[in-house]
Design a protein around this ligand. Structure first.
Ligand SMILES: Nc1ncnc2c1ncn2[C@@H]1O[C@H](COP(=O)(O)OP(=O)(O)O)[C@@H](O)[C@H]1O
Ligand SMILES: [Mg+2]
Length: 272
């Protein structure tokens, strides 16, 4: 399977007479199952706009998204549904993505039912338990009846990954999915994602401003700046031989970022 965005441009109308915003300018990315593709760039560089286009939530102004050569543009309603099943989202804010009044089992079960991934209460429940187990929530039965507020931030993010997995996606688009988590929790969720890549062959378009995370998990990296992709290459090449000055600047800033993060968690320890 190949997910391909080709020459994508997205223009937003300027608010109240302001100039139009070119959020994304003529960019092309590809993703495939079993590969961890990272898209890295600072705030405002157009990452979330690209994510929403890949997720079929908004249409590009120009360019095309194709899945195995088939363009989203020409899809029927049923084909859009199929596309959205195969290309799943795990977004930034787990609290906002989960209905506070729905137990974990219901939240996952509802998606399974909607996409007819299983039939009947028992089978649906079993599938939900299975995906919770896959994301390391053990024993899964203990989490089925919990409400989102009874979970930690890391657990909520795992539930979102589990819910996405219940649809057997080929690619997960994760937009700042671990950015709000503490370092150790973040590492745990990343390890789960990497494990799912190996075990299930799921692929990722992993969107982040967090370079140390990219270094840890990515196979391939696109660097975005001001709506454009300034450089893309294998992770090793990006980190050892960045060619674009912007990538070099990002990398030069990263060690101090890591130091700052370490300092912050030291301070937290002191205060706790
Ligand atoms: N719906 C919208 N209407 C107008 N401008 C938008 C809209 N969504 C995003 N933008 C603008 O597009 C640019 C890219 O935003 P975004 O894709 O959210 O970047 P990132 O996720 O990298 O921070 C920003 O200048 C932002 O203000
Ligand atoms: Mg964003």
């Amino acid at each position: 399977m190949l997910l391909e965005a080709s020459n994508i441009t997205k223009v937003f109308k300027g608010r109240r007479g302001a100039a139009p915003v070119y959020a994304v300018k003529d960019i092309s990315v590809t993703a495939t199952p079993g590969t961890f593709v990272a898209i890295v760039g600072e705030s405002g560089s157009g990452k979330s706009t690209l994510a929403r286009i890949l997720l079929d939530l908004i249409s590009p102004s120009e360019g095309d998204v194709t899945l195995d050569g088939k363009t989203i543009r020409g899809m029927s309603g049923a084909e859009h549904t199929g596309y959205r099943r195969k290309v799943q989202a795990v977004l930034q804010d787990p609290a906002g993505s989960l209905n506070p009044r729905k137990r974990v089992g219901e939240a996952i079960g509802e998606v399974i039912r909607l996409h007819r991934m299983a039939r009947g209460r028992q089978e649906i429940r079993q599938k939900a338990v299975e995906v919770l187990d896959l994301v390391g929530m053990t024993p899964p039965e203990a989490f089925m009846d919990r409400y989102p507020h009874e979970l930690s931030g890391g657990q909520r993010q795992r539930v979102l990954i589990a819910r996405a997995l219940s649809l057997n996606p080929r690619v997960i688009v994760a937009d700042e999915a671990v950015s709000a988590l503490d370092a150790s929790v973040k590492a745990g969720v990343l390890a789960i994602m990497a494990d799912l890549k190996e075990r299930l062959g799921v692929g990722y378009v992993f969107i982040t401003h967090d370079l140390p995370v990219v270094k840890k998990v990515a196979d391939y990296v696109y660097v975005m700046k001001d709506g454009e992709i300034v450089e893309h290459n294998t992770k090793t090449e990006i980190f050892t031989q960045p060619t674009h000055p912007y990538t070099q600047t990002l990398l030069a800033a990263a060690p101090s970022l890591e130091r700052a993060t370490a300092r912050r968690s030291e301070e937290r320890k002191k205060h706790s």
